[in-house]
Each structure stands twice: as C-alpha cells, then as structure tokens.
Ligand binder design. Structure first.
Ligand code: HH2
Length: 297
C-alpha cells in the first residue's frame, strides 16, 4: 500500500472550499444534489431532459437543502452513448442560466474543456470531472477561473470500465492517482482550497474494490483535500441489497453515513432531504459535545 505521505506534500486540511463567488464551510458535511439532463443516466435518465422540468427539480433539491447542485448532460454509465460538445452545451446552458440566480453554487459534471469554459462563463461555480482534468485544455480551463474542481478517479473509460477492473493495490493506486492530479492542478495554478478529490465509486471497480475503498476512505481524506463520495443508488448498493435502482434509498443513506464517518465532506446524492436528515443525526453527536464516532485508519 502507498502511504498518503509518500505521494503528496504536507497540506493543512482545507476547511473552506472556494467555488466561484462562494465560500463553502466544510465543518458540516455538504450535500450535492444531482440533476441529470440526459436520456440514459442509470437512475434518473430521461426525467429531466426538458429544461423547465430540470430547473423545477433543481429548485426542489435546493429547497430540500442541497448545498451544491450538480448538472450532468452526458451520462458516464457503462456503455452510455457519448454526447457532442454542442449537444452537451445545448442541454446545460438553459438550465444553468436559470439556476445561477438561485444563490446556490452550481457544479457542472463534464469531461470537456470547452464545456467547462462556457459553463464557468455562464456562472458555474464548480467543475466536476470524472476524468480529473486529463482532457487537453481542461486543466487550463479551471486554472484560469475561480471555480472549484472535483477530481475523480476512474480506471479506464466509461464505455468499458466495468469489463474487468484490476488493481494490485486499489487504495494505493487511487491515492497515488488523486495526489498526482492534485499536484498537476496546483502546478497549473489551481489553489489547494479549490480542489476536491473523489475515489470514484463504481468507476472501473468491482464491488470488492468499492468496499475496500469505502472501508479505508480515511487514507484518501488524509491527503488533505476535501473528499466527495458518490454512492447514491449505485450498483454497489444494488449488489449488497439486491434492490432495483428506485429502491436503493435506505442502502444509499447507510453508505452516505459510512462515507462521512470515514472523512467525506461532500456527499453526491439523488435524494437530498433524506440524506440531510441522516447527516443531521450523525452531526447531532458532535453538536451535543460528543465527538462524532470516527473509525480508525
Ligand atoms: N457518479 C456519477 C456521475 N458523476 N461525479 C463524481 N464526482 N462522483 C461520482 O461518484 C459520480 C460523478 C454517476 O452517477 P449519475 O450521475 O447518477 O449517473 P450517470 O453518470 O449515468 O448520469
């Protein structure tokens, strides 16, 4: 296993995330609400293709307590069809422009540099990239802005990533990859307090890999950057519970609680209100003067 200290420089843990005009206090875990403007996303595909319906859903998530709204216009589901730059922007822009005045940071889930630039120009406060800014021009698009960025680990490409994922040491490899991408961002001029890391649950990982990462997630948080965990309704939950996508709320809540206990500061979910409630129960321990129950490393 690669120890975090071997792959990164010492970094004082980031407590306030800078995202465009926003300063997000990470003392309490934040909830990122998902709105997919796609026809093929694994859980909400086809539901929010109409911009007015997507805006309505995003408003509902904001009212339910979403701290960040995440808009995705290209599914990353295994085997999903690629979307052109123009199509992605056509789906995103009307919704993004309607949501910016809401006063809630809007994140854009995209791998494409031009989509990042245009979205930031239109008011997006965060870029959420499952390719961790590896596309040409992506690093520069974020560096030349004030937007925050989420750098996610993925083995392979969305189309084929679940065929036969293999690691010698999944935790060490994920830590080393994320530390390298954070270093590349810093070298390009992205300050540490604009960077979020994400182990990428379900992206080129078997259920055993996902469980190992979740159990040891604290080692990734120890890199010093805020950690985002996306487990909501994912196939890992289906694998454990045997439930269809629409019936995975209870399993997703359990996973969210385990993730915050192991250092996650942002939880990316479809079901915002129940997640806020679950996290409030967890946080109440700390507020009542009891240290939240933390796992060992
Ligand atoms: N998961 C999905 C998409 N984007 N971004 C981050 N940072 N972390 C994740 O775990 C993550 C992500 C997949 O979920 P969803 O958006 O619901 O589905 P789809 O990719 O099919 O649109």
């Amino acid at each position: 296993m690669v120890a975090p200290s071997a792959v990164t420089e010492e970094l004082a843990p980031v407590r306030i995330l800078r995202a465009g005009a926003y300063r997000l206090n990470l003392d309490r875990p934040l909830v990122m609400g998902i709105v997919n403007l796609t026809h093929d996303s694994f859980s909400d595909g086809g539901r929010y293709l109409e911009p007015a319906v997507a805006v309505e859903q995003a408003r509902r998530l904001a009212e339910a307590g979403a701290d960040i709204l995440d808009l995705g216009a290209e599914s990353t589901r295994p085997g999903a069809a690629p979307v052109s730059e123009g199509e992605e922007l056509d789906r995103l822009l009307p919704v993004l422009e309607a949501l910016v005045p809401l006063g809630r940071p809007v994140s854009v889930d995209t791998m494409k540099a031009r989509v990042m630039r245009v979205a930031i120009e239109a008011g997006a406060s965060m870029v959420n990239d499952v390719r961790a800014l590896r596309e040409p021009g992506a690093l520069e698009a974020v560096a030349g802005s004030h937007a925050a960025v989420c750098l996610m680990h993925m083995q392979g490409e969305p189309r084929t990533m679940q065929h036969a994922p293999q690691y010698d040491d999944v935790l060490g490899e994920v830590c080393a990859f994320l530390a390298e991408r954070a270093r590349a961002c810093r070298a390009a001029g992205v300050e540490a307090d604009r960077i979020v890391l994400d182990p990428g649950y379900g992206f080129g990982k078997t259920p055993a890999h996902n469980l190992h990462l979740l159990a040891r997630q604290r080692s990734i948080a120890d890199l010093g950057y805020p950690l985002l965990a996306g487990l909501s309704r994912k196939s890992l939950i289906g694998h454990i519970t045997g439930r269809a996508v629409g019936d995975r709320l209870a399993g997703s809540l359990a996973a969210a609680l385990i993730a915050v206990q192991r250092g996650a500061r942002i939880i990316r979910v479809h079901d915002v209100a129940p997640t806020r409630d679950a996290l409030a129960v967890w946080a109440a321990l700390g507020e009542a003067g009891h240290l939240p129950i933390e796992d060992a490393h």
